[in-house]
Design a binder for this molecule. Sequence first.
Ligand SMILES: [Ca+2]
Ligand SMILES: [Ca+2]
Ligand SMILES: [Ca+2]
Ligand SMILES: [Zn+2]
Length: 353
Amino acid sequence: MSRRIPRGLNAAATATAAALTLVALTGPASASGSGSAPAAALPQARIFMVNPVQSSGDQTLADAKDAADAVPASAYTTAALRNLDASGRLSGRWVYVRSDTGASANPADATVYNRTDDQFEQVMAYFWVNEAQEYLQGLGFGTELPGANDRAQPVRINQWGADNSFFSDKKTEIRFGKGGVDDAEDAEVIVHEYGHAVHNAQVPGFGTSPEAGAIGEAFGDYLAVEVGAHADAAYGWPRRADLACVADWDAASYSDAPHCLRRIDGNKVYADLEGEVHADGEIWSRALFDIRNALGARTADRIIVNAQFGFAPDTSFKDAALTTVSTAQRMYGANAADAVRAAFKARQIPGIQ
Ligand SMILES: [Ca+2]
Ligand SMILES: [Ca+2]
Ligand SMILES: [Ca+2]
Ligand SMILES: [Zn+2]
């Protein structure tokens, strides 16, 4: 299932991020900044702050055939690699690199890689899949609520020549392509693909109808924006691109500026369905974005992800919307259900009044 992702945010999200950071700091084997678990003891890694176009606002950045000097040093930051096991490889509680084209990254050397090194994409994939699952854990999935892909996710790096990445539900692994900008150089591409893995873990085989497929693409885009926004707030990284723009960096190779693979704040409605899952996903992702803007990221995402456990593999927009409304009602009551209903009604989803 192809490509990538978007998203956006604010004050409510900042508060949420602070709460989630507390969870991370007190959780097992985590911690990134203070408290008794010494962050300095964790391997540090050089990564992009979501992606270099988003963090810099420089829409002129270009791949230049994977050249190291195509992206300035200021686009990188250093952050801890959490939840690694003792193997000495990029292998941990929520993600492991199954294979790659070049030499395997050594976590102890992860501060020296740059985008021209094969190991950089391995480190990015490890960091951002871990970050995404930590975000879900912080929402309560895996503790208060059922786990949502709370296992070690296998990923393969740069082994797909096309400019595309995909999640294989047969092998339940993610493969990142290397066409244009290497796909795993953009956190929003990584988390989009992880969104498919989450959906498949929640409902095995999810996405067998065109509308279910579109919901899968929409959730991947939305989750990418959410995880990136949460990380920006938690780490204090700059965001100098539109929150609703997905894959600002990967899209530099194939879109006009401002570069977006897709957006999650478009105005498509149900009648705009065209039978292509990525295009049609923009109907659903706008509804998710509206729910978030109405209820705040944390409440919205607890509802959105929890509702997905109840989607049929071949669900329609109508049934999935009704399930999401009823989930909001059950978890948070009538006002939340009304906000969710309004978001789907605005997309003119059938059966939503
Ligand atoms: Ca690269
Ligand atoms: Ca690419
Ligand atoms: Ca973005
Ligand atoms: Zn996809």
